[in-house]
Design a protein around this ligand. Structure first.
Ligand SMILES: Nc1nc2c(ncn2[C@@H]2O[C@H](COP(=O)(O)OP(=O)(O)OP(=O)(O)O)[C@@H](O)[C@H]2O)c(=O)[nH]1
Ligand SMILES: [Zn+2]
Length: 323
């Protein structure tokens, strides 16, 4: 009986994919789509109508990533092939000294750095994420999650600690996955492009993803249901459509964002205030250490550069020598 059911289910899925195949065949030979999942040499491509096709990737398309806009066609055997990747408007890449850059996600419009009162908020960690985000050309915002854990006093303290980021122009959102506070404003912010949620383990990225994309959770359920049909629906990397517009990409690579190695030059570049002030340093390649006439050191002394930013800068640079 169970076997019959499985056969029936397989038949139903085959019929469905044949329907989609013949529908696709009558369309233009090359179709537009977006990569919503990656599985080794295969990818899931979503067409403009929201249908998802499991596609093979042409060999030359090795560095294809979730978020890539592609052209694909169904081939004569009933499977589909991605043949072309359109130019990217942005990409998240992980520096890899041995294999060159690894593309983690493509066409990202918003990087949202999630922080929370628990695990304890740290300026140095936030600055590390900001540095990595500033090295991309993607707009970046800060999201304080778990506001339900804040009292009026602890909220005021955190607001004070975050005020220098507001002064630097970073949009700041206060949200709670639990109470729902601020979620609507966050949804609106994310509704016009593709976002990634980054941040320390435990700040609530998965919880936020599940709140923003109801089917993200059911996707997890689907895996075990269909596993005995020999299908692999799990993906290391996934793009989800948001119900009110926009999309979100989640992947292990995205979750490691900001924690990989950065050079001293990257760090000096990623602190936007330090970069701006350093134009007044005597030496163009000043690392703001012991060089004479260093405008950044002077700015830290005068208070023009907030003490916490200066301390973070030094702490992040010092950490380079210990890893
Ligand atoms: N009080 C409160 N707890 C929350 C909120 N959002 C998430 N949490 C809790 O925070 C813990 C960590 O949440 P996750 O969503 O797993 O965090 P994460 O950032 O995805 O963690 P990693 O998967 O390790 O990267 C869980 O116990 C959640 O229940 C919130 O808005 N308020
Ligand atoms: Zn300097």
């Amino acid at each position: 009986m169970a076997k019959e059911q499985r056969t029936h289910e397989r038949q139903r899925k085959e019929n469905k994919s044949r329907d989609l195949f013949s529908r696709a065949q009558t369309d233009e030979p090359l179709q537009d789509g977006i990569i919503v999942g990656r599985f080794g040499q295969e990818a899931d491509v979503q067409d403009d109508d929201g249908h998802i096709f499991r596609c093979h990737l042409r060999k030359h398309l090795k560095s294809i990533a979730v978020g890539d806009e592609v052209e694909w066609y169904p081939d004569a055997t009933g499977s589909a092939v991605v043949v072309n990747v359109k130019p990217r408007r942005s990409q998240l890449e992980r520096p890899n000294p041995y294999e060159g850059l690894k593309i983690i996600a493509a066409n990202i419009d918003h990087i949202l750095i999630i922080v929370a009162p628990l695990p304890a908020f740290s300026e140095t960690l936030l600055d590390r994420y900001l540095v990595a985000a500033e090295l991309t050309d993607i707009s970046v915002s800060i999201v304080v999650n778990k506001t339900d854990l804040l009292s009026a006093q602890t909220k005021a303290e955190l607001q004070e600690r975050l005020s220098c980021y507001v002064d630097l122009g970073y949009p700041l959102f206060w949200v709670s996955r639990k109470s729902g506070e601020g979620m609507q404003a966050l949804r609106e912010h994310m509704s016009d492009g593709c976002s990634v949620l980054v941040g320390q383990s435990g700040v609530g990225k998965s919880s936020l993803l599940n709140a923003l994309v109801p089917e993200a959770q059911s996707d997890v359920g689907e895996v075990s249901e269909s596993s005995d049909l020999g299908q692999h629906t799990t993906s290391a990397s996934r793009l989800y459509r948001l119900p009110n517009g926009g999309s979100i990409i989640d992947s292990p690579g995205v979750r490691e964002f900001g924690l990989w190695h950065l050079s001293a030059q990257d760090i000096a570049k990623g602190f936007v205030d330090i970069r701006r002030i350093s134009e007044r340093c005597k030496f163009r390649n000043c690392m703001h250490d012991r060089e004479p006439q260093c405008a950044v050191r002077d700015a830290a002394e005068s208070g023009e550069l907030p003490a916490s930013r200066w301390q973070s800068f030094k702490a992040i640079l010092a950490s380079l020598n210990t890893v």
